[in-house]
Design a binder for this molecule. Structure first.
Ligand code: ADP
Length: 664
């Protein structure tokens, strides 16, 4: 076994690898950029080497610097984590050439899977079932389009070098094809330096089910069950679980054996994931193989009680796989939710910020938090905006899902917008409890996930109103040194004095005028022409309330800009609109002509002086590795653009001038 390894990564995965190495008595070397000088992974490692500036291209992607760091510290092996250099065959080869073990598959296996099209050709030859599609070398737009027409719309364009859901576009008809192809190529070129595309039949309701495989260098291969990763936004996983609901032993075995066949076809060694699309009729198709440890590997660890990083280290050191297929047992059910700094209400736009308050749920045998940040750290524009992975386990899916909802409601993050309430809503949606899963889950259940139905607002408003009042009342009695505590609220509001109060709550993108009248039974709350009787008490963050004779519990969490109320069947976010604070920025957002965040202008889509209709795409900018299209909020004339392609813009900067058309 190695005595010292270097981790060529940052954030939660670097911390995750360090933990296992430490348990195994292996010393660790971290690498870090300017932005990560004080990062958690640097603090946890035994040694750390500075490798460059904040942008990944100037640090975490610099193979030579990382190899130098390994040589100078005497690290015998490099764990690449995921992302960055983890699937870079040249880097793996360079490690080999420097006599440093790459903790991952052989170079040839990475190369074989590096291109989605080449991978498909290999899998076709190995008789692994594929989604119908075109994955050839001829890239002329006309040919790609005629292939699409042959297989019939909808189709999916995919960057052969792509990953993380980038460089992908659905195309529903011939008219959309050219624009979608251009956009996918642009995104792919910017993200992966290559714009080769493949075209696939787009399956409308598949599940994403992937198999964890492991191979050693002695010819042994096993599969460690599967993960269902159907719940996605922007084709990116957001909640994953293992095992896949409804999986039969026969299907598990068929998929597992096919996955091993795929791995063996490329001489695989180490941890790998074979991704399949699973159709409602039980047929499954190879999508791609990820030649690294996946973000969602913890759910497999929880149900198999194995440490996959330990397996990777053992296999890389030349040992045999710790278990044979027949010894691998599945116990219980696990979920992973990815906690991100992102705005679910604004198309999941990543956001940045300093985590000035951070309190994860308590870890236990049921709850695991994999994170790379501490209170006070920054979610910056340079890297992925993931804050943590929250992993839960219990004996059944139902109980594990309860654990997930509870743990989400206990997670406290201040300083940035997060997707916690969105995740909670997902976890408490009836359809999710029923495991009615497919990759369109979020779109299909958007109304119940976003809790934007009229009946949700009707129930949430009175609860939010009394929660706020009770909270203010409590704040007057509790003095605490913790500035983020829910008991800190500056308004000296007196609940017992007048018995009629008026307030305005901003909930679900709207302001609501509310009046609350205190009476002997509790409070009479009127909002949107409805009056209900509600009573309740708030103890710390636990709210108990009785609404129309139904007693329930909820959790009230203070967030950066207000509160999140975690109700039994969903969360809602609200804040009080103070009079005279000029709180009227609701018009910003989707149709705004300013940059949603710091980024780079990619391309201008119309010329200055053009007449455009409402919703016309005007320019594309890239921020946090995603393309954002800025569209015209109204019809009018684009007078001028303030920036040219390649220029950097600050979040909030005005991008162009549009004069609205006067309607006659
Ligand atoms: P990436 O490497 O960018 O993650 P994948 O090929 O793994 O891209 O696909 C990501 C997701 O896109 C899948 O999980 C699935 O939801 C969706 N997807 C991919 N191919 C298809 C297809 N042919 N039909 C329907 N959905 C697909």
């Amino acid at each position: 076994m190695f005595s010292k390894i270097l981790i060529a990564n940052r954030g939660e995965i670097a911390c995750r690898v360090i933990k296992t190495a430490r348990r195994m008595g292996i010393a660790t070397v971290a690498v870090y950029s300017d932005a990560d000088r004080n990062a958690l992974h640097v603090q946890l490692a035994d040694e750390a080497i500075h490798i460059g500036a904040a942008p990944a291209r100037e640090s975490y992607l610099l193979a030579e610097r990382i190899l130098d760091a390994a040589r100078s510290t005497g690290a015998q092996a490099i764990h690449p984590g995921y992302g960055f250099l983890s699937e870079n065959a040249e880097f793996a080869a360079a490690c080999l050439a420097s006599n440093i073990v790459f903790i991952g598959p052989p170079t040839g296996a990475i190369e074989a899977m590096g291109s989605k099209s080449a991978a498909k050709q290999i899998m076709e030859a190995a008789e692994v079932p594929l989604v119908p599609g075109y994955h050839g070398d001829d890239q002329s737009p006309a040919l790609l389009r005629s292939e699409a027409e042959k297989m019939g719309y909808p189709v999916l364009l995919k960057a052969t070098a792509g990953g993380g859901g980038k460089g992908m576009r659905q195309v529903w008809s011939g008219e959309e094809f050219d624009e979608a192809l251009a956009a996918a190529k642009r995104e792919s070129l910017a993200g992966f330096g290559d714009d080769t595309m493949l075209v696939e039949k787009y399956l409308t309701q598949p599940r994403h089910v992937e198999v964890q495989v492991f191979c050693d260098s002695h010819g042994n291969s096993v599969y460690l069950a599967e993960r269902d990763c159907s719940v996605q936004r922007r084709h990116q996983k957001i909640i994953e679980e293992a095992p896949a609901p409804g999986m039969t032993d026969a299907l598990r075995q068929a998929m597992g054996e096919t996955a091993i066949k795929a791995a063996q076809a490329i001489g695989y060694v180490s941890a790998g994931t074979v991704e399949f699309l699973l159709d409602a009729d039980g047929s499954f198709y190879f999508m791609e193989m990820n030649t690294r440890l996946q973000v969602e590997h913890p759910v497999t660890e929880m149900i198999t009680r194995q440490d996959l990083v330990e397996w990777q280290l053992r296999v890389a050191a030349g040992e045999k796989l710790p278990l044979e297929q027949g010894d691998i047992r599945i116990t219980g059910h696990a979920f992973e939710a990815r906690v991100y700094a992102e705005d679910a209400d604004n198309d999941f736009l990543p956001v940045t910020g300093k985590l000035h308050y951070l309190e994860p749920p308590e870890e236990s045998q049921h709850v695991r938090v994999d994170t790379g940040v501490r209170q006070g750290d920054e979610i910056s524009v340079y890297y992925d905006p993931m804050i943590a992975k929250l992993i839960v386990w219990d004996e059944s899916r139902e109980r594990a899902l309860d654990r997930l909802a509870t743990a989400l409601s206990e997670y406290r993050i201040g300083g940035t917008v997060t997707n916690l309430d969105f995740l909670y809503n997902l976890a408490t949606t009836e359809a999710f409890a029923q495991a009615d899963l497919d990759t369109g889950f979020i779109e299909k259940h958007a109304e119940s996930i976003f809790h934007s139905r009229a009946q949700d607002i009707e129930t949430e408003l009175p609860i939010a109103a009394i929660a706020l009042l009770l909270h203010k009342q409590q704040a007057r009695y509790v003095a605490t040194s913790d500035p983020f505590s829910p008991w800190q609220y500056p308004t000296g509001w007196r609940l017992n004095e007048p018995n009629l109060h008026k307030l305005t709550l901003h909930l679900h993108q709207q302001d609501h005028e509310i009046s609350v009248e205190q009476c002997s039974e509790g409070y009479r709350v009127s909002a949107n022409n409805k009056t209900v009787l509600i009573s309740g008490e708030l103890e710390e963050d636990q709210l108990r309330f009785d609404l129309l004779g139904h007693r329930q519990r909820a959790v009230l969490a203070r967030t950066d800009d207000g509160f999140t109320l975690y109700l039994p069947n969903g969360a809602c976010h609200f804040h009080e609109v103070m009079p005279d604070t000029g709180e009227n920025s609701a018009a910003e957002g989707a149709g705004s002509l300013s940059a949603p965040m710091n980024g780079t202008i990619v391309t201008l889509l119309v010329e200055a002086g053009s007449e455009v209709e409402a919703d016309t795409a005007l320019l594309v900018m890239e921020a946090m590795k995603m393309e954002h299209t800025i569209r015209a909020p109204v019809a009018g004339t684009v007078d001028s653009f303030y920036f040219q392609p390649g220029e950097l813009v600050d979040g909030g900067a005005e991008l162009l001038k549009l004069t609205p058309r006067e309607e006659s």
